[in-house]
Design a protein around this ligand. Structure first.
Ligand SMILES: [Zn+2]
Length: 236
């Protein structure tokens, strides 16, 4: 076998490492984007619930006020009729009717006060959560913009590394490239490892002294006995 082009393999490994890293980063970014959007959505749902509660209380208030108006009208009408009655019996019946309606009005007014108090509290909750929602929305939007900016940079970088990976791949012996790909697949994108002081920096295991000498010579392709990575020695 001819002398392997270790320098090219190292370059290919650099591209491969960056591609794996950038793919991971971009994947994490997607997850983060989904998480941010879901947080805002959750908050929007809570705000909607609070708003609906306020609307319900507002409707209750109007209903209660209308009922009071109706009872009031009844009282006025009964009082008018009272002036024209002739018999004592009729008079007693109408008097009781007025009395009953007044009691009903009192009860309704007490109820209305309670509803108004609840409405006021509900309004405060809606105001507060609207403010919080707007702040969160602003914050999330800023975060998303920042992510988008970084993502654009990372995608561009990834494109560059993919291009370089392709170019280097074409320049390599197909058999060697195939081997590289197989080892890379076994080790999550890491096919080439530096050796220092007899230690493979891919798996951090010691390699036999004789093998170390051969790696330093660089005359043939040496694989790590433990992790099968292509080993190289960096003189610098
Ligand atoms: Zn190793």
């Amino acid at each position: 076998m001819s002398k392997p082009d270790i320098a090219t393999l190292v370059k290919l490994q650099e591209a491969e490492t960056q591609i794996v890293r950038l793919n991971d980063v971009l994947h994490e970014v997607e997850k983060k984007k989904i998480k941010l959007a879901s947080r805002l959505k959750q908050f929007a749902a809570a705000l909607k619930e609070n708003t609906e509660e306020l609307e319900r209380l507002e409707k209750n208030c109007i209903d209660s006020e209308n009922e009071i108006k109706i009872v009031d009208a009844r009282i006025i009408k009964s009082n008018e009729t009272l002036r024209n009655v002739t018999t004592n019996k009729e008079y007693q019946v109408l008097l009781r009717e007025v009395d009953d309606n007044k009691k009903r009005k009192d009860a309704l007014e007490t109820e209305l006060l309670q509803i108004m108090e609840e409405r006021e509290k509900s309004q405060a909750v809606v105001d507060e959560s609207t403010k919080e929602y707007q702040q969160l929305e602003e914050q999330i939007k800023a975060e998303q913009n920042q992510i988008e900016e970084q993502t654009t940079k990372d995608r561009k970088l990834l494109e560059e590394y993919l291009k370089s990976q392709k170019e280097i791949g074409v320049s390599l012996d197909p058999k060697l490239l195939d081997r590289f790909k197989r080892i890379s697949k076994m080790n999550q994108g890491s096919a080439v490892a530096n050796v220092q002081d007899q230690v493979c920096l891919g798996c951090f295991m010691n390699i036999p002294p004789q093998l170390y000498i051969e790696v330093q010579r660089g005359n043939q392709l040496i694989l790590c006995p433990q992790c099968s990575r292509i080993l190289y020695y960096d003189k610098s």
